[in-house]
Design a protein around this ligand. Structure first.
Ligand SMILES: C[S@@+](CC[C@H](N)C(=O)[O-])C[C@H]1O[C@@H](n2cnc3c(N)ncnc32)[C@H](O)[C@@H]1O
Length: 223
């Protein structure tokens, strides 16, 4: 379960409206995916749709699930004339089987990391079934346990590596989940890791902090 009201409030207040595709995602897709017209793609937690123009430019068959009604309504309207863009409103930890099987690529940027351990495990079980053999999962900007907010900022611990912050950058965004390398290796034990990087961002200005994040690419074994 995600704290739905937090993200609904964020988007209603016109915050976090990223409009340009995230560069790490663009690089990882270009480097590791077999890009072709009609590539079947599912984004978990598409937010304001920053990554959609990139997949439209690749002529992908793009699907997404996002919990915020506000952004989903606006994306449905923006892409109403594009049959290759399908955005559904919902909680991806509940059910993604509505999208059917055989996806070439499933990814999230900064979305699974906002969920509980149980929610993450639940959706990843479905992700495995939803990917085709040899299909790719890309995770971008999953929070690392070495992120300095865990030590510096005030938070209530609500589960394994899961917190609700009352100060700092993660205040007012609901629950956030941090991952150690071993957590990622366990969550994706059934896959082959083809890329795994902990981005150690030593931020000096405006707020000194270690904004450390994971990017990774895993491949489901071909049958
Ligand atoms: C940090 S934003 C990133 C948005 C987008 N992926 C991007 O790269 O711009 C995370 C998004 O994930 C969504 N989200 C988090 N958990 C979710 C869940 N369980 N089901 C559906 N959406 C979820 C939030 O509502 C939010 O829009």
């Amino acid at each position: 379960m995600v704290f739905k009201n937090e993200w609904e409030r964020i988007y209603r207040n016109n915050l976090q409206l990223s409009r340009w595709p995230w560069s790490s995602l663009v690089s990882l897709v270009n480097r590791h995916c077999d890009i072709r017209e009609g590539m079947k793609v599912l984004e978990l937690g598409c937010g304001a749709g920053a990554n959609i123009p990139f997949f439209v430019s690749l002529k992908s068959d793009y699907h997404a699930i996002e919990v915020s009604q506000t952004t989903v309504a606006s994306l449905k309207s923006e892409y109403r004339d594009n049959a290759s863009v399908d955005v559904k409103q919902g909680d991806f930890t509940d059910d993604i089987s509505i999208f059917g099987p055989n996806f070439d690529l499933i990814f999230d940027r900064g979305a699974l990391t906002l969920n509980s351990t149980e929610g993450i495990e639940r959706v990843l079980k479905q992700v495995y079934k939803t990917l085709k053999p040899g299909g790719i999962y890309i995770g971008v900007d999953w929070l690392s346990t070495s992120h300095s907010a865990r030590k510096q900022d005030k938070a209530e611990r609500i589960g394994d590596n899961t917190y609700i912050f009352s100060t700092g950058y993660f205040k007012d965004i609901g629950q956030v989940h941090f991952f150690a390398e071993n957590d990622l290796r366990e969550l994706f034990a059934e896959y082959e890791f083809i890329y795994l990087v902990e981005k150690l961002n030593d931020i000096k200005i405006p707020i000194p902090q270690q904004y450390n994040l994971w990017d990774f690419v895993v491949r489901k074994h071909a049958e």
